[in-house]
Structure formats: structure tokens, C-alpha cells
Design a protein around this ligand. Structure first.
Ligand code: PRP
Length: 207
């Protein structure tokens, strides 16, 4: 069973509530997505491997640390794009590898339309970014792609999950920890998370 981390941080809970609010406009929505991504990334990176590093301060020598693992962000287009900037404020030197998937409205199955990963993996850890984990189909398909690419350590970072999506991702990929701000009640019959926040892509991009 994967580890599932649901943030309890007061700032996350406060911002998530504003994000859900149907009266939040597109600009406010994008700002909140960016801020939540930063906060959740902080929590998700707790096990980052460090190497020792010595620095010279104005007063002498200090023993410190340096993060040395190569990290790849994998936003699932389109809605995952909004999470990239917040994460990059904390991790400015990461690689970003976009994966294009859309969910077929009838079958709810993910359809791949963009993948420009090179042949050999160039990172040690991938952070899959998507605000919504609904049926889990998109997340499972993305982790499948990354494992085939050769990446061994993968984490999922999202905003809201449905229990169905958590179950599907943990069953398919029990080694992938899930970091979210909330797990909601359920999916409705057209695959939307209830109560959720609506369509995360449409609300970010005004479509
Ligand atoms: C949404 C969301 C996820 C997917 C979640 O994207 O951003 O990628 O659906 O659903 P799943 O867990 O059932 O696969 P959508 O297909 O609406 O595309 P978009 O991001 O381009 O709007």
C-alpha cells in the first residue's frame, strides 16, 4: 500500500477552501494553485537525500548540506502546468518533462497526446504534478510512462483526490507516495470529484 499524505497544515487548509470557492476568479485560482504547490512540495520533499557541504560564512566555516538528487517535474497537461511555478520556487534547478494526457469524456480513460521524453532517463526522482486525482487513470498512465523510461523513485503531488483515484493509483503503483491537500467524498457519474473544485484546467485557464 502506498503512503498517502494529506496535508494538515493550516495554510494549506485555508488556501484550499478559497480554491474550492466558486466565486474565486481565474487569477485568484492560479495564484492559489501556485501557493498550494509550493506548500505541498515542501512537505513532499522531506526525504530528499543530502550530501555534506562546507561553506565559508563571513565568520568562519560551517558544515552544511546540499541537495544532490536530479529531480524531474512531470506536469500532466494541461491542468498540471499550474503547479510547476510553485514547485520551482523551492526547486529552481529541476528538469520539467511535460506529459500530455486528456481524459476521454465518455470512457474516462486517459489518451496520450504529448511525450518527448528522451530515450534514457535524466533524473533520479520524478514528481508527477496534477491538481486532480479523479479516477486515477491519468496518474497511473503517467507513472507507467515514467517507469518504462527507467525512473525508480516517483511521487504524485496533487491538490484534491477522490477515494477511487487513491485506490487505483496505490493498487497499480504501491511504491508511489501520494501527496495531496484533501481526499474528498466521491466521484460523480461523469468522473468529477465531489465536492472538489470543478474543472481545474478550465478554472486556471478561463476556458
Ligand atoms: C483532468 C485532471 C487530470 C484528469 C484527472 O484533466 O487535470 O489530468 O482529468 O482524471 P483521472 O484521474 O480520472 O484521470 P483533463 O482530462 O480534464 O484535461 P485538462 O487538464 O487538459 O483540462
Amino acid at each position: 500500500m502506498s503512503q498517502v499524505f494529506v496535508s494538515q497544515h493550516p495554510l494549506v487548509l485555508h488556501k484550499l477552501t478559497a480554491l474550492r470557492d466558486a466565486s474565486t476568479d481565474h487569477r485568484g485560482f492560479r495564484d492559489l494553485v501556485r501557493e498550494l504547490a509550493l506548500l505541498l512540495c515542501y512537505e513532499a520533499m522531506q526525504d530528499l537525500t543530502l550530501a555534506p557541504k562546507t561553506v565559508i560564512t563571513p565568520m568562519g566555516t560551517a558544515q552544511g548540506y546540499k541537495a544532490e538528487e536530479a529531480i524531474g517535474l512531470v506536469p500532466i497537461l494541461r491542468a498540471g502546468l499550474g503547479l510547476v511555478d510553485g514547485v520551482m520556487e523551492l526547486l529552481p534547478n529541476v528538469q520539467v518533462w511535460h506529459i500530455g494526457l486528456y481524459r476521454d469524456e465518455k470512457t474516462l480513460r486517459p489518451v496520450e497526446y504529448y511525450n518527448r521524453l528522451p530515450t534514457e532517463p535524466t533524473v533520479q526522482i520524478c514528481l508527477v504534478l496534477d491538481p486532480m486525482l479523479a479516477t486515477g487513470g491519468s496518474a497511473v498512465a503517467t507513472v507507467d510512462i515514467l517507469k518504462r523510461w527507467g525512473v525508480r523513485r516517483i511521487k504524485f503531488l496533487g491538490l484534491i483526490a477522490a477515494p477511487e483515484g487513491v485506490e487505483r493509483l496505490t493498487t497499480a503503483h504501491p511504491d508511489v507516495p501520494i501527496h495531496v491537500a484533501a481526499i474528498d467524498e466521491r466521484l460523480n457519474d461523469i468522473g468529477f470529484i465531489i465536492p472538489g473544485l470543478g474543472d481545474a484546467g478550465d478554472r486556471q485557464f478561463g476556458t
